[in-house]
Structure formats: structure tokens, C-alpha cells
Design a binder for this molecule. Structure first.
Ligand SMILES: O=C(CO)COP(=O)(O)O
Length: 260
């Protein structure tokens, strides 16, 4: 089986201006050392307006923190007021781009077709998608959470080759656990992350399935990360609220030093 390096990614959402971004990344860099980066990939996903400042800091200080954006346009250029393209994100040194976050699906009516177009756009510019899937409370209560998440995965990966899919990051984020303090149990996380991996093997092959990193997201904190990371099909976390506090985020990144 492929040894998957854990990834802890901080989705800052619409928080921290570019000056706060610099201070936060500096604090994070100070709190983490080479041995942490050897064990775990650490990424921050700031608002668009922060990216240039983060790039300058990361490049100037040769930090091992990588960064990405929270969204991208499905188009590469043109008359799309307010949108930001993959061309621009690649130019500014982004490694990752979050696609299909439930807040985009909910507040911007992003459907599965648009998510798929955005995944294709990311690959056109060598950006690694962090593809978010996950069910709302009603779907969970009806027991359809696995089918729902798998359908989102299937749709997002249309026209994506095995070679491309190998590098994707999938984040399982149950909507009812986002920003609510209601964390899914480690077993809940494993159930869906395991099913997502089986589906990757069905859509592609065992090699792709064992290469893809699957993250859990939803009220992750330093106090609950170790149990979640102990699950065999959970390869990291997509952290919202707790990621804008550099000290707390650094603790989450050092999950392997904590008791399980
Ligand atoms: O949406 C999330 C990350 O993308 C999770 O947010 P919280 O960690 O604030 O629950």
C-alpha cells in the first residue's frame, strides 16, 4: 500500500486580512519545525487578497508551509467579473485549491456540474484540488450519507483521468459538523472516508485508491484530532475555525505527538 503523508490544511474562510495573514503564517512557521514538516504536509488556504503576501513570506523565508485558494473559476480568463482563475492561482504559487466546499454549494448554488468544471480547471493549471463532499443533517438522519457523498465524488471526477485523480485530495466534511462544535465521531469519519476510497478503486483502480489522501473536516480541534487521525482511511484534516489561531493550528499539525 502507498504510504500516504498526512495533510493538515487550514481553511481560513473569510477571515484574516493580508497583514493578519502574514502574522499568522509567521507564528505558524515559528511553532513548527523540520521534524513536523517531515511527518506532515501543512497548508493554509487564505482569502484571495492574502495570497500575494503569503507567497512573499513563504518564498522569502523559504518556509515549508504551502498554500492554496478557497475557490477558482471554471474559466481561465475573460469577462467574469469578480472571479479568479486557475492561471492566476498557479502564477501566485498556489499548490492547492478547495473546490465544492459546502459553503460554496449552499451560498453560491454550486452544483455538481460546476464542481466538476472547476476540478478540470484546477488540473489544467497543475493545481491540486481539495474536493469537498459531505451530507447535511437531513441526509444523515435518513441514513443516506454514504450514497450522497459517493454521488458527489462520482460527479466531481467525470472526465478526470486516473493519472490526475491520483493526486486529488478529497475532504469529507459533514455539513452538520461544520462550525457547530458537533464533531463526527472517528468512526463516523472512517465510515465515509473508507467508502470514498472503495469508490475510488471502483472508478479507477487500487493504485489510485491507495494514493489519494482523504481528509476529514468539521469542528476539528487539537483535542479531537488524534482520534480522527487514528482511523485507517483518514489521511488528514481540513480545519476551519481552529486554523485561524496559529498556536491551536500548530498543535493540530503535531497530532502525531499526542496520545490517541
Ligand atoms: O468547513 C470546514 C473546513 O473547510 C470546517 O470548519 P470548522 O472547523 O470551523 O467546523
Amino acid at each position: 500500500m502507498t504510504q500516504r503523508k498526512p495533510l493538515i490544511a487550514g481553511n481560513w474562510k473569510m477571515n484574516l486580512n493580508h497583514l493578519e495573514a502574514i502574522a499568522t503564517v509567521q507564528k505558524l512557521a515559528f511553532a513548527l519545525g523540520d521534524k513536523d514538516f517531515d511527518k506532515t504536509d501543512v497548508a493554509v488556504l487564505p482569502p484571495f487578497t492574502d495570497l500575494r503576501s503569503v507567497q512573499t513570506l513563504v518564498d522569502g523565508d523559504k518556509l515549508r508551509i504551502v498554500y492554496g485558494a478557497q475557490d477558482l473559476s471554471q474559466h481561465d480568463a475573460g469577462a467574469y467579473t469578480g472571479d479568479v482563475s486557475g492561471v492566476m492561482l498557479a502564477k501566485i504559487g498556489c499548490t492547492y485549491v478547495t473546490i465544492g466546499h459546502s459553503e460554496r454549494r449552499q451560498y453560491h448554488d454550486e452544483d455538481d456540474d460546476l464542481v466538476n468544471a472547476k476540478v478540470q480547471a484546477a488540473y489544467r493549471h497543475s493545481l491540486t484540488p481539495i474536493l469537498c463532499v459531505g451530507e447535511g443533517l437531513a441526509v444523515r438522519q435518513e441514513g443516506r450519507h454514504i450514497a450522497h457523498s459517493l454521488a458527489q465524488l462520482d460527479a466531481a471526477l467525470r472526465k478526470i483521468t486516473a493519472e490526475q485523480a491520483k493526486s486529488i485530495v478529497v475532504a469529507y466534511e459533514p455539513v452538520w459538523a461544520i462550525g457547530t462544535g458537533e464533531v463526527a465521531t472517528p468512526e463516523d469519519a472512517q465510515e465515509v472516508c473508507g467508502a470514498l476510497r472503495v469508490r475510488l478503486a471502483e472508478l479507477y483502480d487500487a493504485e489510485v485508491a491507495s494514493a489519494v489522501r482523504i481528509l476529514y473536516g468539521g469542528s476539528v480541534k487539537s483535542g479531537n484530532i488524534a482520534g480522527i487521525m487514528a482511523q485507517p482511511d483518514v489521511d488528514g484534516a481540513l480545519v476551519g475555525g481552529a486554523s485561524i489561531d496559529a498556536g491551536e493550528f500548530a498543535k493540530i499539525c503535531r497530532f502525531s505527538d499526542m496520545p490517541g
